[in-house]
Design a protein around this ligand. Structure first.
Ligand SMILES: [Zn+2]
Length: 300
């Protein structure tokens, strides 16, 4: 892994302020991703990065330029998620190039209206953006990359995940048809499949995610969906991009009670150390609500 000292700051500034940044300027400090997938098998030099509890210590005060080999460490073509990093306290800025020869020219996966943004949605966090489409519409790959996942999942439905040379992964979910297979190289703009309504989906749309080391990033931090373009040539990832994780933790802390025979609101309130009025408020019900056996009631 290429963890750099503060001199990297200069390199990052050169990315930001130079319109003609050439990757060879950074010499060996940046993996331009020009090689093939074999480079993904390089061992990590700094093994600490693999341990979540030491991640922040490892990264502290360092300014990191991605991609690194760590970003490509794991190549699993069957398991979609492998989350283990918490960037919400990272002190570094991670510079992720979005425009270079190994990424191709960005293509918006589908030019449609955004129907749901990244963020909290009822009791489940929404880790992507939903783009309205009709079943059968073509869904294009955002950047050049390699297909890691092409499978049917209970929640995502038919889903394709593409790993890009800058360490980002893009997710294309609820597809009606998949046209690509794992390990297949794909180009920006290449049709990955057809839009649909598979998995946990209500109405045809494309669920599009962008993740770094499997940690979701708000796609709107990267893409201007109105103008079908990138917001910047370089994504400067800081802990701010991951501050939503606090909200996620709140969501995950929400508990539900499954209604059993003989349950009353006051009995449930007592059991969970709350009040009937609170139960009514958080569930949007009145005290007259008939509690149906087997249904769920939020209790905190
Ligand atoms: Zn969605």
């Amino acid at each position: 892994m290429r963890v750099l000292n503060k001199t990297t700051l200069l390199i990052c500034f050169s990315i930001l302020f130079s319109t003609s940044f050439v990757y060879s300027q950074s010499d060996t400090t940046m993996d331009t991703g020009g090689g093939d997938l074999n480079e993904l098998d390089e061992p990590i030099v700094n093994a600490d990065l693999n341990k979540p509890n030491t991640l922040n210590d490892t990264l502290a005060t360092k300014f990191i330029l991605f991609p690194t080999t760590t970003a490509f460490q794991e190549w699993n073509i069957s398991v979609i998620h492998n989350r283990k990093y918490d960037f919400s306290n990272a002190l570094d800025t991670m510079c992720i190039p979005l425009l270079n020869d190994s990424l191709g020219t960005f293509v918006q996966p589908f030019k449609g209206r955004i129907t749901s943004v990244f963020g909290p949605r009822k009791y489940r966090y929404h880790y992507g953006v939903d783009i309205k489409l009709q079943t059968g519409d073509s869904v294009a790959c955002a950047f050049d990359g390699t297909v890691r996942i092409s499978q049917r999942s209970k929640t995502y439905g038919n889903v394709i995940v593409v790993r890009h040379k800058n360490g980002l992964e893009t997710f294309y979910a609820h597809l009606s048809k998949k046209f690509v297979e794992p390990n297949q190289a794909v180009k920006a703009g290449e049709i990955l499949g057809l839009g649909g309504n598979t998995g946990r989906s209500y109405g045809s749309h494309l669920h599009f995610e962008i993740r770094y080391m499997d940690e979701p990033i708000n796609p709107s931090d990267v893409v201007d969906f109105e103008n079908y373009s990138l917001k910047s040539d370089t994504l400067m990832l800081t802990k701010t991009n991951f501050s939503y994780m606090e909200k996620v933790k709140e969501f995950e802390a929400i508990k539900f009670h499954t209604i059993r025979k003989g349950d009353t609101l006051s009995k449930i309130a007592q059991n969970y150390g709350t009040s009937v009025s609170t139960l009514c408020k958080i569930n949007g019900i009145t005290t007259k609500k008939i509690l149906k056996i087997g249904s769920k009631l939020r209790v905190n």
